[in-house]
Unconditional design. Structure first.
Length: 187
């Protein structure tokens, strides 16, 4: 389902408001009544923060496990304070950050006969990837390979690395690869 620009703008405002409320007041934003039915549906969502063009935090739900607005507020706070790669955002950074919201389609297993066929099944700039095997799981959003100029093989390799596995794990037996798409909204 495609969200409208107005719905996307609403999500961006709520994500920023959730971050500001948490950082400045130490409170979780009360979830407002969504203006449309679509925003009440369970959807996967990520919030990505950039500061001076550099990644500053990214947290999300790849699966549609919660109503979109509930999940959004939770992951916005998580991106600002809970990404283990970064120190929690402080109040001085609030005006410097740029908020991006990615609303995801449900992940779908990519079925191939031989792993090399994955290269033909990935559409750079359109697909995001999830790679998993056992307890290892890694996810990269569709915009990541575009930002880095990766081809399909580099995208697969970096998703493996994100999962904490070797860069060629996508060639191994038993590894599952899922694709999803996202609708991206930026401030």
């Amino acid at each position: 389902m495609m969200l409208s620009k107005d719905e996307g703008d609403f999500l961006l405002r709520q994500a920023r408001k959730a971050i500001e409320t948490y950082i400045l007041e130490g409170k979780v934003l009360n979830i407002p009544e969504p203006p449309t039915k679509a925003l009440k549906e369970n959807m996967g969502v990520f919030v990505t923060l950039h500061e001076n063009g550099e990644l500053r935090g990214c947290i999300g739900y790849p699966e549609p496990v919660k109503p979109l607005l509930d999940a959004l507020i939770e992951v916005a706070i998580g991106a600002a304070t809970g990404d283990p790669r970064f120190a929690p955002l402080n109040s001085h950074e609030l005006e410097k950050i740029h908020v991006e919201v990615s609303v995801l389609t449900p992940p779908e297993l990519i079925i191939v006969n031989k792993p090399v066929e994955y290269l033909e099944m990935i559409d750079i700039g359109h697909d995001g990837l999830i790679i998993e095997t056992g307890v290892f799981r890694g996810l990269l959003l569709p915009q990541v390979p575009v930002e880095w100029g990766w081809d399909e093989e580099e995208f697969l390799a970096n998703t493996c690395l994100k999962a904490g596995m070797s860069s060629d794990c996508w060639l191994q037996e038993g590894v599952k690869i899922y694709s999803f798409q996202s609708q991206i909204f930026n401030e």
